[in-house]
Design a protein around this ligand. Structure first.
Ligand SMILES: Nc1ncnc2c1ncn2[C@@H]1O[C@H](COP(=O)(O)OP(=O)(O)OP(=O)(O)O)[C@@H](O)[C@H]1O
Length: 541
């Protein structure tokens, strides 16, 4: 993820160059001011006016350069943040389906909101601030060094000392920041769970328990923020104290040098105006380094959440499914729980398979392997002679269609929910609607296909959702249709008719996991796959 920072490199270079230029101009202005002050002590103040005009001109130039800096920095931040978010989303959609499902959605939401905002504030901003103050430091180093090497050494000695002191003082806050980040992640996950469980909480009167739990988690988070704020305030006060002591020390040394004739009065002003720049990086380091380091740590966390544990080289394209799928010694286990062992099976193009077996027998696991959600730990699935591991997801997902138990509806028109924004002719759309038994439903809707489906299908029934999913799959015109309890929320006649239609499509290979066996359609299946006791037995076909 952190490579994104180099994407808008020209803008970054422009901003940093403007920063360097602005430090040089500021340094030059402070030299002019020194000269003006010293000239004012001379009889007749020769050249006083010219210096004043020069200060005004360079101040104008400084205004322009700082405006360029602000603009370039703003555009760089905006572009980089946008790129970060887009890259994160791109990589989320590059995750293996099963590995994505294993994580809580709240984690991704928390990364895209809390963590990416923290990266913006703590990484981009801190890097800028630190770079700019380093430039100002270098310019002031040259200026004070040119004036008096001894004063410079004293100042550096004192600032390093106070800088180290500030760093040591700020250490506890750094630990607290990472503890708070972990608490935030858990808090977001918890909120997500509570809101998802809204119905179950209401009907089981669990609100009291939820409230106590919620209060406890909120209190922990608030306590941590309060501690951070309190400790930061103490540290800030202590840092101010050391800064004041340092200023006093530097003032003392400068005055001493002025009294002994080694420095002019203007020289004292020059030292005091540049001295703050010398302190900048040392003191900022205590605040900014922990932020930069923890933001870098966040990148590692973000990258880790986006990695796929199973990464296969996908170098083969499956243009179409034309022959067969063969499972050759396929085994799969969830940890210690071996669900399938040494399964050998051939599924032929155009044939229809009904998949049955006891609950927990491994039917969904078999489907997930065939859907390429994950790969077998042993053995190979061959699709038209190609190892499924090596077939690209893009080409394979063109060939298969899925109707799963939970159907997602977009907050969009019924038409878009059916076509999924693909270009589909009206005739094909109407025929898929009819085959999926949706004709009556669509006709009764006041706005027909333009009716908006709200909030994941809140305004339609479970059976209507299933039929929409079936129509989507038919519109896909893929060659393999995988159904997982697709008919369970439909009435008998509707289920019979839709299943019958699907089973009559000659070239379509159907794999249907179902507890409901419809007698009128039973004989249309070419094979009955029984999944139980880690094996798959083909009973017919
Ligand atoms: N993600 C998972 N992590 C760990 N174990 C799992 C996971 N998914 C399924 N299992 C376990 O694997 C076994 C087979 O589950 P699977 O869902 O494949 O069975 P099924 O035949 O589809 O069951 P059902 O008919 O109840 O849907 C079960 O013991 C189940 O608890």
């Amino acid at each position: 993820m952190n490579k994104i920072y180099r994407k808008s490199l020209p803008l970054l270079i422009l901003a940093l160059s403007a920063g360097l230029f602005s430090s040089i101009i500021s340094g030059y202005i402070s030299l002019l001011m020194r000269d003006m002050i010293d000239l004012s002590f001379l009889p007749g103040q020769p050249g006083f006016l010219q210096k004043g005009i020069r200060i005004i001109l360079f101040s104008g130039l400084l205004l322009v350069v700082q405006s360029i800096l602000a603009l370039a920095k703003g555009v760089y931040r905006r572009k980089t943040n946008l790129n970060l978010k887009t890259e994160y989303l791109r990589r989320v959609f590059g995750k293996n389906i099963n590995e994505f499902n294993q994580e809580s959605n709240a984690k991704y939401v928390s990364h895209m909101t809390n963590d990416l905002n923290t990266v913006d504030m703590d990484f981009i901003d801190s890097i800028f601030e630190l770079s700019l103050s380093l430039m100002a430091f270098l310019v002031s180093l040259v200026i004070i060094g040119g004036l008096s090497l001894e004063v410079l050494l004293v100042i550096i000695g004192v600032t390093v000392l106070t800088g180290l002191l500030s760093n040591a003082m700020a250490r506890p806050v750094k630990t607290m920041f990472s503890e708070r980040s972990a608490l935030y992640e858990k808090y977001t996950e918890y909120l997500n769970e509570v809101l998802h469980a809204f119905r179950i909480i209401r009907v089981n009167n669990l609100y009291g328990k939820i409230r106590d739990n919620f209060e406890e988690r909120s209190r922990l988070l608030q306590d941590k923020s309060y501690k951070i704020e309190k400790t930061s305030t103490y540290i800030f006060a202590a840092q101010n104290f050391t800064i004041n002591l340092t200023v006093l020390g530097v003032l003392g040394v400068s005055v001493y040098y002025a009294i002994t004739g080694k420095l002019s009065f203007g020289g004292i002003i020059l030292i005091l105006t540049n001295f703050q720049n010398l302190m900048g990086p040392f003191h900022q380091a205590s605040e900014l380094f922990p932020k930069i380091v923890s933001a870098k740590g966040l990148f590692k966390i973000l990258d880790r959440s986006l990695e796929n544990a199973e990464e296969n080289v996908e170098d083969q394209v499956l243009p179409a499914f034309t022959q067969s799928i063969t499972l050759d010694g396929v085994s799969y286990a969830y940890g210690e729980n071996r669900v399938l062992e040494g399964v050998n099976l051939t599924l032929e193009k155009g044939k229809k398979y009904l998949i049955v077996g006891p609950s927990g027998g491994g039917k969904s696991t078999l489907l997930k392997l065939l859907r390429k959600y994950f790969s077998p730990q042993e053995g190979t699935i061959w699709v038209d002679g190609l190892d499924l591991r090596r077939i690209t997801k893009e080409s394979y997902f063109q060939v298969i269609s899925n109707v799963e138990q939970s159907v997602f509806m977009f907050d969009d028109s019924l038409r878009s929910n059916l076509t999924l924004h693909r270009t589909i002719g009206e005739e094909d759309l109407q025929s898929a609607i009819a085959e999926a038994g949706l004709q009556d439903f669509v006709e009764k809707l006041p706005q027909g296909l333009d009716t908006v489906i709200e909030d994941n299908g809140r305004n339609i029934s479970g059976g209507e959702k299933s039929r929409i999913a079936i129509a989507r799959a038919l519109l896909n015109q893929s060659q393999i249709l995988i159904l997982d309890e697709a008919f369970q929320s439909l009435d008998y006649v509707t289920a019979r008719d839709i299943e019958g239609t699907i089973l009559r499509i000659p070239s379509l290979t159907v794999l249907n996991v179902s507890h409901i066996i419809i007698p009128e359609n039973k004989d249309r299946y070419d094979g009955l796959l029984h999944v139980d006791n880690k094996t798959v037995t083909l009973r017919r076909g």
